[in-house]
Design a protein around this ligand. Structure first.
Ligand SMILES: [Zn+2]
Length: 141
């Protein structure tokens, strides 16, 4: 991905993450772009508060829609409160998304789509981040 676009997206994401986290009293360490080599997930939240968001489509390598990135961001931010995919997590994630929508941060239908792009799959079908698992950490080694 073009480095300029990448840093632009990360600047937007970091700004929006700060707004949401401040509103809900969530604390993260850093928002980073996921490595393009990691293909099994849209994002991950580690126990130390590091959040990584994948910016580009796995197959095409094209940037994902910003609304998709925000949806992933809200998912990972919700993990700062509930480190699982339980019902309380899902409820909180919905709450974050709804708040972000009303705040104009999450605009799933507002962006023109110049090329075919698919929305992220439903939460239940996303790969489950396993931040504590050593085998995942080796991906970054
Ligand atoms: Zn998750």
């Amino acid at each position: 991905m073009d480095p300029l676009l990448r840093s632009e997206l990360m600047a937007l994401l970091s700004r929006d993450a700060a707004v949401i986290a401040t509103r809900f009293g969530l604390r993260y360490r850093v928002i980073e772009a996921e490595s393009p080599r990691v293909k099994r997930r849209y994002g991950v939240c580690f126990r130390d508060g590091t959040i990584r968001i994948r910016l580009a489509h796995v197959v095409t390598g094209k940037p994902l829609r910003y609304s998709s990135l925000v949806a992933t961001l809200c998912h990972e931010l919700a993990h700062l409160r509930h480190f699982n995919h339980g019902v309380r997590f899902r409820r909180f994630n919905q709450h974050l998304l709804e708040w972000a929508r009303q705040a104009g941060i999450y605009r799933p239908h507002a962006e023109p789509s110049p090329r075919p792009s698919r929305p992220p799959p439903p939460l239940g079908s996303r790969p489950t981040p396993q931040p504590a698992a050593p085998r995942q950490l080796t991906l970054f080694g």
